[in-house]
Design a protein around this ligand. Structure first.
Ligand SMILES: Cc1cc2nc3c(=O)[nH]c(=O)nc-3n(C[C@H](O)[C@H](O)[C@H](O)COP(=O)(O)OP(=O)(O)OC[C@H]3O[C@@H](n4cnc5c(N)ncnc54)[C@H](O)[C@@H]3O)c2cc1C
Ligand code: FES
Length: 271
């Protein structure tokens, strides 16, 4: 995947339509914004969140679903600090601004064959968007959606991935939990090994904790499958100006997560 500094990001207003808790520590927000007309799967937005004038940095968040006709976008986010806590307090009708679409999203697979999607934790929203992208392109997929425990599984996102795969009778959507409280008992990489032993895949897509993506990348490479990974870095500007979001690459170079990513060819990343 080449470095692509083709920034399309602009400033948009957004108005909250709904904002509710959907799993332990995880919220889903639906908002209306013109950015819905421009988003592609795997891209992200940088949100100005009201409530703390001392906090001038925006919060980068991916999306799971964007609908041009209604100009609505859905995001799911974990409350981890002050910015996401203030985001969770925004009520229907509240307004602010975002910068987007940011970054470089998922590509359609170069090789034919079933795709395998693997997400862990709050890595699920861009994987939902990937499932809808593949479905729209007529590409069959299986998905593994992991969480630590059942109460952290974002059920509405699992349903969205199932809906995207519903046109394919052979589509498998595996929910995995670390403690076995729901679905497959173990890490997503264990579930991936099982699927790889039963089926062949042409491509893989992953988003989640770095150790999980490193494992998915290793398994995909071992099976000869091209894998795309959506990375996270701490971000300052979100559009290439501050160089604080460096990603070390396997060839010794560095790239910017906010501009060259967040989606990278997994084999090019120095895990
Ligand atoms: C491209 C991109 C897409 C993202 N998409 C989503 C998403 O769809 N849903 C979601 O819940 N989160 C997403 N994140 C992570 C989200 O941006 C951070 O959780 C958020 O910025 C934390 O802000 P805060 O003010 O609440 O917490 P802070 O007080 O800033 O930090 C709280 C804790 O979170 C850690 N943290 C903060 N920012 C990041 C980051 N960028 N990556 C890893 N750890 C971080 C800090 O080290 C600290 O431990 C994404 C991040 C990036 C870079
Ligand atoms: S966040 Fe500023 S360059 Fe990437």
């Amino acid at each position: 995947m080449p470095a692509v500094h083709d920034a399309r990001a602009k400033l948009f207003d957004f108005v909250v339509r709904s904002n509710e808790q959907v799993a332990d520590g995880v919220f889903r927000m639906t908002f209306e914004s013109g950015v819905a007309l421009e988003l592609a799967a795997g891209e992200f937005m940088d949100f100005a969140v009201p409530g703390n004038p001392a906090q001038v940095l925006r919060v980068p968040i991916s999306f799971s679903h964007a609908e041009a006709a209604s100009k609505t976008v859905q995001i799911e986010y974990a409350v981890v600090g002050d910015g996401t806590r203030r985001l969770s307090k925004m009520a229907p009708g509240d307004a602010s601004t975002l910068v987007g679409p940011c970054g470089h999203g998922w590509c359609l697979p170069a090789k034919s064959g079933r795709a395998l999607l693997v997400s862990g934790g709050i890595g699920i929203p861009p994987i939902v968007a990937a499932s809808e992208m593949l479905s729209a392109a007529g590409i069959a997929f299986d998905a593994i959606l992991g969480a630590q425990t059942a109460d952290k599984v974002v059920a509405c996102d699992v349903d969205a991935v199932r809906a995207a795969g519903s046109g394919d009778a052979d589509c498998r959507v595996v929910v995995a939990t670390d403690d076995g409280s729901l679905g497959y008992h173990g890490f997503t990489t264990g579930a991936m090994e099982e699927l790889l032993s039963e089926r062949s895949y042409g491509s893989a897509y992953t988003c989640g904790p770095t150790p999980m993506m490193a494992g998915v990348s290793r398994l995909a490479a071992g099976a000869g499958i091209a894998c795309q990974a959506s990375l996270e870095r701490m971000m300052g500007c979100g559009f290439g100006a501050c160089s604080c979001c460096n990603v070390a690459m396997a060839d010794g170079s560095t790239r910017l997560c906010c501009m060259d990513g967040p989606v990278f060819d997994a084999e090019e990343v120095a895990w």
